[in-house]
Design a binder for this molecule. Structure first.
Ligand code: PXP
Length: 247
């Protein structure tokens, strides 16, 4: 299991004051020292938190790997193809949203075409590709048909499910989607809305090989420090896989 930490939220605090601290590049160093397997950043078209400077410096300093989240839009695709991160995860974007709200709407012909072209461009540049999608069978079939390497299953609905029965249903949905995706030859990632309280059942799904977690880790880091926050989440993921609690 790979565990990547999304440092966008460090940049969000910086941009609250339009200043130069806290720096997501410095945060990424601590994240790596605490044992995460990679750094995830979302370069949004409106540059509301992460900037091109951040991504360029991360590419120079990160020793694990950068998973760059981006929309299928020309300017960010140009940057990705120039910088060649280890992985690019295509996500939907809308200016009004506070955070990525749903997976890619691959049922929409225009979205499907833009996504296919983006995957082709990124793959031609030698970048591993992933699509952020809702855990639905049809969407996974279209993803496989597009030729992407991996899908990141959107765990937001699972995270938002407050009742035990609804959460179980969402977990069953995620398990089924992981099986479908793997059966289609897709590598399976997951993320969004995962916290210290809800991560274990998702991390226990053996077919999931990568988790992307941001807000909850950065929120805890404000109180306990980045290294401890990253390590505590890593310990829960380890516990989910091994049954052994590290703390
Ligand atoms: N995966 C994707 C594709 C995302 O867009 C985000 C949010 O930026 C995350 C994972 C991490 O979500 P969260 O910050 O809720 O942990």
């Amino acid at each position: 299991m790979r565990y990547y930490v999304n440092v966008d939220h460090v940049a969000t605090v910086r941009e609250a004051r339009h200043t130069d601290e806290p720096d997501p590049v410095r945060a990424a160093v601590l994240v790596e020292l605490a044992g995460a397997h990679g750094i995830t950043v979302h370069l949004r078209e409106d540059r509301r938190h992460v900037s091109e400077r951040d991504v360029r410096l991360l590419m120079e300093t990160v020793r694990t790997g950068v998973n760059l989240e981006l929309a299928a839009a020309t300017d960010v695709l140009d940057i990705a193809c120039d910088l060649k991160p280890m992985q690019a995860t295509l996500v939907p974007e809308s200016r009004e949203e506070v955070t990525t709200e749903g997976g890619l709407s691959l049922g929409d012909g225009a979205v499907r075409t833009a996504t296919r072209e983006a995957v082709e461009r990124l793959s031609a540049a030698g970048i591993r590709t992933a699509l952020f999608v809702d855990p639905d069978e049809k969407t996974l079939e279209v993803s496989a048909e597009i030729g992407v390497t991996a899908v990141e299953l959107h765990t937001g609905e699972y995270a938002n499910a407050t009742q035990g029965r609804e959460r179980d249903a969402q977990l069953t949905r995620l398990r089924g989607a992981a099986e479908t995706a793997a059966g289609l030859g897709l590598a399976v990632h997951a993320g969004h809305g995962l916290t210290y309280e809800n991560v274990i059942p998702v991390a226990a799904i053996a077919l999931i090989e990568e988790l992307n977690i941001g807000h909850s880790v950065v929120s805890r880091a404000v109180l306990v420090g980045m290294e401890r926050a990253v390590r505590e989440m890593g310990a829960l993921i380890h516990q989910a896989r091994s049954g052994v609690a590290l703390f």
